[in-house]
Design a protein around this ligand. Structure first.
Ligand SMILES: NC(=O)c1ccc[n+]([C@@H]2O[C@H](COP(=O)([O-])OP(=O)(O)OC[C@H]3O[C@@H](n4cnc5c(N)ncnc54)[C@H](OP(=O)(O)O)[C@@H]3O)[C@@H](O)[C@H]2O)c1
Length: 399
């Protein structure tokens, strides 16, 4: 039986998780739900899943939720703030923590869960991106089973030998005669648009991913393709891979999610329709598999799969991400933080789509930090960069 704390229950991933739980209440039990401020959806989730705890990061939202639950004599305990999100991630009767809060907002609860020895299902790639080394070390120290929810990483994971799956961070790819891993990306909604026309892109256009339905931040990150850069970094850490062992390729149909290449020339690809339920389901039932609800791929209907090399001039944010991990962990933190600020500035129409890459590059050039030794150092770099980027946007970019 899986007893779950779900971080980010009101988001796109969170709702997908709950959809799977709903269909198998004899195997899954929601112990705690965590979100930021979407009270209306949280009320519906509370009424259906009856968790023991619910935590809204936003205090006002927690108060509104509590007043409502009290008014119907509910026994659900309502909490607020990030400390309580950490507390519900280490409850002794929880054995799985699903990390699906936006950006790095789930960093502390996810780390608390890691230290408490919980199985972790990780959607929030930003967490691994900014503290990959420390995260993987903790994983090894505490012998934790981590299951990636990102489609590409889940597809790679599914194709790896069990020994590798059960000991992420311990083995190297060459230990299993793997020469490299290819990760695909659709190229986002603007693959066919000329560079010069990207200036006028609106947030609404950028949310419109051709193959995936996702939250706002990750949709913009997919449009700039920095998301693929973050996935590249995530894969480097998760699969203990060096610079030459991860390759990226454009694949507009999002059917082939990854390919593992062996020294003997053999290639093993993972194919499926672009549907997060497949990957979430795999992780939730691991090591068993239960995919009754999932539509199998019809290759005849698909007819054609195509692949293209990446034009890095068109996707400067992707190039910045790859360069950042090859430079240092602090460069990755700076980029991730600057990008978060820039993306929300674009969403709020303070800057142009193309300014995101310009801002990311400027901040990377301006800031320098020593390598972080612990989570506190990481948070320090992240916060300082955020402050710096906000100021830069207000002074230089605000029209
Ligand atoms: N969506 C996908 O297909 C997909 C695929 C792979 C990986 N991911 C990763 O999964 C994570 C979640 O993505 P998503 O698409 O589900 O995002 P989303 O739809 O925007 O949902 C984000 C969730 O996080 C909560 N949240 C937002 N800001 C927060 C904050 N400052 N503090 C605490 N909680 C906060 C939201 O709560 P409220 O709604 O209550 O504000 C919501 O529950 C991201 O890291 C993303 O990169 C997503």
């Amino acid at each position: 039986m899986r007893y779950i704390t779900l971080l980010g229950s009101t988001g796109s991933i969170g709702c997908n998780v709950l959809n799977i739980v709903k269909h198998d209440l004899s195997f899954f039990k929601i112990i705690a739900l965590v979100a930021r401020k979407n009270v209306n959806l949280m009320i519906k989730q509370c009424l259906f899943f009856k968790p023991k705890y619910v935590c809204m990061i936003n205090k006002k939202s927690a108060k509104i939720l509590k007043d409502y639950l009290d008014s119907i004599n509910s026994k659900i305990i309502v909490l607020s703030g990030i400390d309580n999100a950490c507390n519900v991630s280490i409850l002794s009767n929880v054995n799985v923590v699903i990390s699906a809060m936006s950006g790095i907002s789930g960093l502390l609860p996810t780390f608390s869960a890691l230290k408490a020895g919980k199985r972790i299902l990780l959607a929030s790639k930003e967490i691994l991106v900014i503290c990959g080394k420390i995260f993987m070390q903790e994983l090894k120290n505490n012998k934790i089973q981590l299951l990636p929810l990102d489609s590409e990483h889940s597809s790679i994971f599914q194709n790896l030998p069990i020994k590798f799956q059960k000991n992420l961070g311990k083995y190297k790819l060459q230990d299993f005669n793997i020469s490299k891993i290819i990760i695909t990306g659709s190229g986002g909604p603007f693959r066919k648009i000329n560079q010069g026309n990207l200036n006028h892109i609106t947030p609404k256009q950028a949310y419109n991913h051709p193959n995936w339905k996702m939250g706002k931040k990750i949709s913009i990150d997919s449009a700039t393709m920095i998301n693929k850069g973050f996935e590249y970094i995530e894969a480097r850490y998760l699969f203990n891979a060096n610079e030459k062992q991860i390759e990226l390729l454009i694949h507009p149909q999002s059917i082939v999610h990854s390919i593992i290449c062996y020294n003997n020339g053999h290639m093993s690809a993972q194919l499926s329709y672009p549907n997060m339920q497949i990957y979430i389901c795999y992780a939730m039932y691991y090591p068993n598999f239960n995919n009754k609800e999932i539509k199998l791929l019809d290759l005849y209907e698909l007819n054609k799969l195509s692949f293209e090399n990446i034009n890095f001039n068109k996707y400067p944010c992707l190039k910045l991400a790859i360069d950042a991990i090859n430079a240092s962990q602090s460069a990755v933190i700076i980029l991730s933080s600057a990008n978060e600020v820039a993306v929300y500035a674009f969403i709020n129409k303070l800057i142009k789509f193309t300014d995101i890459a310009i801002i990311n590059k400027l901040v990377l050039n301006k800031l320098y930090f020593l390598e972080p030794k612990n989570i506190q150092d990481i948070i320090y770099i992240y916060k300082l960069t955020k402050k710096f980027t906000k100021k830069m946007i207000l002074t230089k970019f605000n029209k």
